[in-house]
Design a protein around this ligand. Structure first.
Ligand code: SAH
Length: 387
């Protein structure tokens, strides 16, 4: 499969594109286009899928159950490329952060958080963000663009490569959970996130069941129901305040979709039950949302929703306008929530020393002005014209 548009969506010379990010149906179809009959294409696609997503194989030549001739032909048409790793940082607590790049100026971060009983990969959905939450570092970076299915599923591939975590079906695999809690708002990139998560959740591939995938949203209400119906992952809501006056300031999106509407969407989220609770994330900000009265308002708000409340100590970043609540304040808050019958784990900050903790992610990518983009396009076009 060759195209004159690469996965980053920018025009360039015709280059073979990576298979990573294609759905099974797309892969099958591209094999048919390359000349295989439908039945053979399906069989080959199944074999390739297994090599790529179960074994992490990066070399067609090593796929020994495929005819040599087929391996050679496919290598001319497709690649097994992943996003490039620009940097890898390892925290003193074992958290790892990768800065990835797929095109000039398209950089995004992925974080692996190892714990006793699980390993969670925190995946980005956009370069930058449009939401401007006041306490979030990513929010200070303008949206550059949505990530493609290749770039989203590619984050899992890169992390598995770096951790030598193949085959994906191993009993003691290191990545056991995926959270869409990196840079960006996943529900503003619905189609690509949906396509990528279908690959991540595929039982014959990366095999992270939908229960082990959590999509976190700042509250894009009209998309929440669709997310439940079409993606079917667990849901987390970045709530952070129980009153609109406070939430309007912290999460400006609240002005568009206020708390009452958000809660209504949570109450009807498909598949919610006591066994499958919604996680409410609540960042602890000194003097702003951390009083016992705030805690009482919070439990009143979520009453009747099968919920977990995840208290997140605020993670500082250069120039942040807030401070983290004191430990004793957080404990008192947690106690109120607990007494009301909700689990209220306090999220241990991980990877703060490498700026990998919640809300600390940011890449140097900047949004080009439209005029700059046009100029770049024009000069690329000129360069391709016959002289
Ligand atoms: N846009 C989505 C996905 C990002 S998830 C969402 O808002 O849910 C990242 C989580 O970290 C969100 O709950 C976010 O509110 C939280 N967060 C952002 N900045 C933070 C900070 N400085 N300290 C602690 N948590 C933060």
């Amino acid at each position: 499969m060759t195209s004159s548009t690469d996965k980053a969506g920018s025009p360039g010379p015709a280059v073979p594109a990576s298979i990573v990010g294609l759905s099974f149906a797309e892969l099958t179809l591209s094999l048919e286009t390359a000349g295989l009959d439908a039945k053979t294409a399906r069989m080959r696609a199944r074999q390739l899928w297994n090599w790529i997503y179960v074994h992490g194989q990066r070399d067609f030549a090593a796929m020994t159950n495929l005819a040599k001739e087929f391996r050679a032909r496919i290598a001319e048409q497709m690649t097994l490329a992943r996003p490039d790793v620009v940097t890898e940082q390892i925290s003193e607590d074992g958290t790892r952060k990768w800065l990835l790049r797929t095109a000039p100026g398209i950089e995004f971060e992925t974080v692996f958080i190892p714990e006793e009983d699980r390993g969670t990969l925190c995946v980005s959905s956009q370069v930058g963000c449009t939401l401007n939450c006041r306490f979030c570092h990513t929010g200070t970076q303008k949206l550059v663009r949505n990530l493609t299915p290749y770039e989203i599923a590619g984050q899992v591939m890169v992390a598995r490569d770096a951790l030598s975590d193949w085959p994906s079906t191993a009993e003691n695999r290191r990545i056991t959970n995926v959270v869409m809690m990196g840079m960006g708002e996943p529900l503003y990139n619905f189609d690509n996130v949906k396509a990528a998560l279908a690959i991540v959740a595929d039982g014959d591939g990366l095999a992270l069941s939908k229960r082990r995938i959590t999509l976190s949203t700042a509250g894009v209400v009209p998309m929440i129901e669709r997310a439940g119906a079409e993606i079917g992952s667990s849901l987390a809501i970045s709530l952070h305040a129980a009153r609109d006056e406070v939430r309007d300031v912290l999460v400006p999106l609240n002005k568009k979709y206020p708390i009452a509407e958000l809660m209504a969407a949570c109450r009807t989220y498909p598949g919610v039950s006591n066994a499958r609770r919604i996680t409410f994330e609540y960042v602890m900000l000194k003097g702003l949302n951390d009083s016992p009265a705030d805690a009482r308002a919070l439990v009143k708000l979520v009453a009747g929703i099968p919920a977990k409340i995840n208290l997140i100590p605020f993670n500082p970043w250069p120039g942040a306008p807030y401070e983290c609540s004191s430990w004793s304040t957080i404990e008192k808050f947690a106690e109120v929530v607990n007494r009301a019958g909700y689990a209220s784990p306090v999220r241990t900050p991980r990877g703060r020393d490498i700026m990998a903790a919640c809300g600390q992610l940011k890449s140097a990518s900047v949004k080009e002005r439209a005029s700059e983009r046009m100029a770049a396009l024009r000069s690329a076009e000129l360069a391709r014209m016959p002289h």
